[in-house]
Design a protein around this ligand. Structure first.
Ligand SMILES: [Fe+2]
Ligand SMILES: [Fe+2]
Length: 189
């Protein structure tokens, strides 16, 4: 078994039928590859971790099961321990510390990527690349908007990687916008 993108994608699709969850994985992957590049790390493996971080979620959507089930499966298959630890760290309730750049970046982009998708979808042009920073910041204060997205985690994540939110938001937006076609956020067809 090769622990590469192809294997990760297969595993994700095996466990996850939802197109939106697959898109979430792809969006997080794009953001993680950008962070890897920024930090001189390996975009391929960072992308794999992103693809796998929620692969168990569709079948295990509770705090009692999500991440626990997936991490056990990944360990059984022999995926690198540092990757599994980073995946565990994206859910704060596991208590696994985010003690690597990989883990900190994954946590930082996870909620933000979902929030950016929500911001793009309410635009008439449905174009992620056109979502302005100030509107994202404003929407973060609107409790009723995308209420399932945890704002505190968006802020905390940026803090943990030492990037001001005003930089991190456009950084993730632009990384995701580069694959906007796959995410369905490239605008009118
Ligand atoms: Fe998750
Ligand atoms: Fe996620």
């Amino acid at each position: 078994m090769t622990f590469d993108r192809e294997t990760a994608w297969q595993l994700l699709c095996e466990w996850t039928a939802s197109p939106n969850l697959r898109k979430h994985a792809l969006g997080v992957e794009a953001a993680m590859r950008a962070h890897a590049q920024r930090l001189g790390q390996d975009p391929e493996s960072w992308g794999v971790v992103a693809l796998l971080h929620d692969f168990d979620y569709e079948k295990n959507p509770t705090q009692e099961t999500h991440v626990w089930v997936g991490a056990r499966a990944l360990r059984e298959q022999g995926w690198p321990e540092a990757w599994v630890r980073a995946i565990e760290g994206h859910a704060s309730y596991t208590g696994v510390p985010r003690d690597t750049d990989l883990a900190r970046c994954l946590f930082a982009v996870d909620e933000l990527s979902g929030f950016l998708v929500a911001c793009a979808l309410v635009r008439p042009d449905k174009t992620l690349a056109n979502v302005p920073l100030d509107s994202v910041l404003k929407r973060m204060k609107e409790k009723a908007f995308a209420r399932s997205v945890n704002r505190d985690e968006i802020r905390q994540g940026a803090e943990e990687i030492g990037m001001p939110l005003e930089e991190h938001i456009p950084f993730v937006r632009d990384a995701m916008a580069a694959i906007a076609g796959e995410l369905g956020l490239a605008g009118a067809a």
